[in-house]
Design a protein around this ligand. Structure first.
Ligand code: 6PG
Length: 271
């Protein structure tokens, strides 16, 4: 049953946020594949490395399935590079590792596509080494000292965190040369110690795509639409306003003034 409503969504703060609603995981994967196809087609006509940031949690499975099902002629692995928008401070083979989760979903011959997060003993050293890797491997266009990553795929927690930037803990210490990466050691979402790209990096990205499914994401969806800046996910808007939300029906309940999906059954004949 195709319930995707590729409708334009609402105007927020004078900017459009596109909304795609899927009825099930299969449709979500198809919508993500279509989005990746559209963006890769455009980006491959430009120059340089294509930098794509991804999140952990429930994202690895659906995102990996979507990317790996894009038409092979668009999967130019010499130019596509994927990096973690945040990473838990655990060894790569730990069950909590975001990078570890993606590497399990990609064939060995594609593991080089992922930017390594060098896990050191100290989380600060991990963040500093990761920023160096982001600069070295991606060589992104920069705006002032901030990179302009091509696409960031973000999740969000029910509390409105995104990446590892949590409500009330947004002021992350500058601990690297360019402040592309910082750390949190008291994450409300376990494990407590994490590295994360900073909000400035998110806001300088060319495209931001949220993947939000489940009724517990409804309020975050509403906060994003209302521009509730107390919520990190609502702060994560790129400056060119190119933001899209991939939602399921449950999370889409948070989209203001959204018509509930049309039923498939035809209306009863007028009697
Ligand atoms: C992490 C993620 C985090 C995640 C949200 C949503 O490392 O934990 O990057 O930001 O995207 O917590 O997680 P779910 O999609 O599993 O709800």
């Amino acid at each position: 049953m195709c319930l995707s409503n590729g409708y334009e969504g609402d105007v927020i703060d004078n900017m459009k946020t596109e909304v795609k609603v899927s009825a099930d995981e299969e449709e979500l994967v198809a919508q993500l594949r279509n989005y990746l196809t559209e963006k890769l087609t455009y980006l491959l006509e430009q120059n340089g490395t294509i930098s794509i940031g991804v999140s952990g949690g429930s994202m690895p499975k659906v995102w990996s399935e979507a990317l790996l099902s894009v038409a092979p002629e668009l999967l130019n692995w010499k130019r596509i590079r994927i990096f973690m928008v945040d990473e838990r401070h655990v060894p790569r083979d730990h069950e909590d590792s975001n990078l570890g989760a993606y590497l399990q979903l990609f064939p060995q011959e594609l593991h080089h596509v992922f930017i390594p997060v060098p896990i050191s003993k100290q989380v600060v050293h991990t963040a500093q080494a990761y920023e160096i890797n982001l600069r070295k491997y991606l060589l992104p266009e920069q705006l002032n000292t901030y990179p302009r990553f091509d696409i960031l795929f973000l999740g969000a927690g029910p509390d409105g965190h995104t990446a590892s930037i949590f409500p009330g803990k947004e002021q992350l210490e500058k601990i690297t040369d360019l402040n592309w990466v910082s750390v949190i050691t008291d994450s409300p979402k376990p494990p407590p110690s994490r590295v994360t790209i900073t909000m400035q990096c998110i806001q300088n990205a060319k495209n931001v795509a949220f993947i939000l499914t489940g009724a517990n994401k409804r309020d975050v969806v509403r906060a994003i639409h209302e521009g509730d800046k107390s919520i990190p996910a609502a702060q994560a808007r790129p400056m060119n306003n190119k933001m899209i939300l991939f939602l399921d029906e449950h999370a889409a309940a948070g989209v203001p003034n959204r018509e509930s999906s049309e039923s498939e059954s035809p209306p009863p004949f007028d009697t």
